[in-house]
Design a protein around this ligand. Structure first.
Ligand code: HEM
Length: 136
């Protein structure tokens, strides 16, 4: 599930890069151009949001989870909420508040990083412990 969430966040970030690099927000508000790019990024929030929340909920429901994995899952949840708030603020304020726009990009990268770290550690944890499970 961590890998799925990371892939969805990566795809959503690429869409965000398309919005930023093609100036889609202003083109859409100004001349109704590139609105499809802008709206794909907005509605594209659904898959990464569902997948990241699934990571958080599953980690809450797994009692024997490694503390580092639990911390990374919770961190991903907090970064996701922050990212959505920053995205909406960037959109509604029409990119006028630069720190918000830059933070939206930085928090997107941090969210991707936390999910990649979760996936790598979860795989290592699984590889190290699968013998214990096999013996039980
Ligand atoms: C999980 C959710 C999201 C992720 C991972 C994400 C990621 C990103 C990233 C990485 C960028 C910057 C690309 C770049 O400048 O190279 C970006 C740009 C942008 N995002 Fe998002 N985003 C998310 C949700 C949203 C939402 C919900 C909105 C608005 C309702 C939004 C609005 C925007 C806008 C307007 C830009 C363009 C900023 C500019 O032109 O510089 N994003 N997004």
């Amino acid at each position: 599930m961590g890998l799925t969430a990371a892939i969805f966040v990566y795809a959503q970030s690429l869409l965000g890069a398309l919005v930023g690099s093609r100036w889609a927000l202003h083109q859409c508000f100004g001349g109704s151009q590139l609105c499809d790019v802008m709206y794909t990024h907005i509605f594209g929030l659904v898959p990464p949001t569902v997948a990241t929340l699934a990571v958080v909920l599953i980690s809450w429901r797994t009692p024997a989870l490694h503390p580092a994995l639990r911390r990374l899952a919770n961190m991903s949840g907090v970064l996701l909420v922050l990212q959505l708030v920053l995205g909406v603020a960037t959109f509604r304020l029409h990119l006028q508040v630069e720190p918000l726009t830059v933070s939206h990009q930085a928090v997107g990268a941090a969210l991707l990083g936390s999910l990649v770290a979760f996936t790598v550690l979860a795989l290592r944890d699984w590889a190290e412990n699968r013998e214990i499970e096999a013996k039980i």
